[in-house]
Ligand binder design. Structure first.
Ligand code: ADP
Ligand code: MG
Length: 416
């Protein structure tokens, strides 16, 4: 039932509105008000879903009444203004008052019922979990793309270790996508063999790729991280089209808080699409290779402001050591960007973890290289200090894992 309050100072008009709504089985008239003040009293008393307010209500006009109703947080009531004219001025005033709709009088029965129903249904939609999620910046998905100007600079090392750190530090559903359709290394670093892949989804029409098909491609790493591979064997770069990746990411956003994407260092429609739609675009560079510095500068100049907003770009320095020929300040001024994270060079731990098939943030959590990535994950997640995570209730910690098949058995492993 849609509970409606009718407020009109003109008795025949009020009766007409009542008769129109009374003939619809879904409408329940909870009050008939003769002026604006009475409308407010009845609204507080009966908490209607919708208030029909004549613009020229006495004592307090319909616009003022709508404004008041919109301002009272604890009332569910949505207003519809009814006025004798359809002038732009009336529409503007209705809009400014916070009313959801404007109808011109006289109104026929069908239009009135349809408008009341639409206003009610829109309000119901605002209370669905997906709407709440989209409207809450603390709950929206963060898409973190990781790329760089070259191969071999540590993109995949950062992507895998950062994704695991995000999952463990935040206990939120996190997925890593290996977007390398040729020679992706995520499988090797995680010791996992791709089964179903995005390349298979790409052969289907995007309209056929539903949530279940995407879910079928998701693999789970023993750390709790979820993983989506692009291909089993090298395929052409454009095998994964923009509509395909857009569709896949769209489905993932319904279920994951963090989507980390290992993006090949190739400017191509699909990679540019991913960079353009990332919440944060991480660019990996280093301090010891002058060609990398130069290529990174060119990459930044190509993408910034054209594909990616400047504020979304973050430069990460990998393999930082005392032996580096350049200083951090040199690269910051050359690139025109501050460095947001520095990952130390560790010629033992990093290659050792690759041989072992277990990311170092899991196998060697107390090393400097692991600590730097965990710290970076915390800052990306907006976790200021560890106490905050520790203070989360058990329900909050478990929350993300109860919401559907995507997180079936995701482990929330506390890590020291
Ligand atoms: N911080 C580091 N310290 C030492 N070696 C590193 C570090 N980061 C990456 N490496 C090594 O550099 C090589 C390339 O790393 P990788 O992540 O595969 O780069 P990319 O994905 O950019 O091609 C690997 O052998 C890796 O072990
Ligand atoms: Mg790589």
């Amino acid at each position: 039932m849609i509970r409606v309050l009718i407020a009109d100072s003109n008795p025949p008009s009020r009766e007409q509105l009542r008769a129109h709504l009374a003939s619809d089985a879904e409408m329940e008239i909870v009050g008939l008000a003769r002026d604006g003040q009475e409308a407010l009293q009845l609204a507080h008393q009966f908490r209607p879903d919708v208030a029909l307010l004549a613009a020229d209500l006495s004592v307090q006009d319909g616009f003022q009444t709508a404004e008041y109703l919109a301002g009272v947080g604890y009332l569910p009531t949505q207003s519809i203004i009814l006025s004798g004219t359809n002038s732009v001025d009336q529409l503007r005033r209705a809009m400014r008052s916070g009313a959801r709709e404007h109808l011109s009088l006289p109104v026929n029965r069908a239009d009135l019922v349809k408008t009341v129903r639409e206003v009610y249904q829109e309000e119901q939609r605002r209370h669905t979990p997906s709407f709440a999620q989209a409207a809450d910046p603390k709950k929206t998905t963060k898409v973190i793309s990781i790329t760089g100007a070259k191969g071999g600079i540590g993109k995949t090392t950062l992507a895998t270790n950062l994704a695991i750190s995000l999952a463990q530090e935040t206990r939120e559903p996190t997925i890593l996508i290996d977007l390398y359709v040729q020679f992706g290394d995520v499988g090797m670093l995680l010791n996992m063999a791709p089964q179903r892949t995005i390349a298979e989804l790409a052969t289907l029409d995007p309209s056929e790729v539903d949530e279940q098909l995407v879910a079928d491609c998701i693999a789970q790493h023993e750390s709790g991280l979820h993983v989506l591979f692009s291909s089993k064997t090298p395929v052409a770069l454009d095998s994964i089209t923009v509509p395909c990746i857009e569709n896949v990411i769209g489905h993932l956003k319904q279920h994951y808080r963090y989507i980390v994407i290992d993006v090949p260092p190739i400017l191509h429609t699909t990679t540019l699409y991913v960079l353009a739609h990332a919440t944060t675009a991480l660019i990996v560079a280093n301090l010891f290779d002058l060609t990398t510095v130069n290529d990174t500068r060119q990459l930044l100049q190509t993408i910034q402001g054209k594909y990616v907003a400047r504020e979304k770009i973050s430069v990460v320095l990998n393999r930082v050591s005392k032996q580096n020929r350049l200083q951090v300040s040199d690269i910051e001024s050359t690139l025109g960007y501050p460095v947001s994270a520095q990952i130390p060079n560790d010629g033992m731990v990093v290659p050792g973890a690759v041989n072992q098939g277990m990311p170092f943030v899991v196998s060697q959590p107390n090393t400097a290289v692991s600590q730097s990535i965990r710290q970076f994950a915390r800052s990306l997640a907006g976790i200021v200090n560890m106490e905050k995570t520790m203070m989360m209730s058990a329900d909050e910690l478990a929350g993300g894992r109860k919401r559907g098949f995507f997180f079936g058995g995701q482990a929330a492993r506390p890590e020291g």
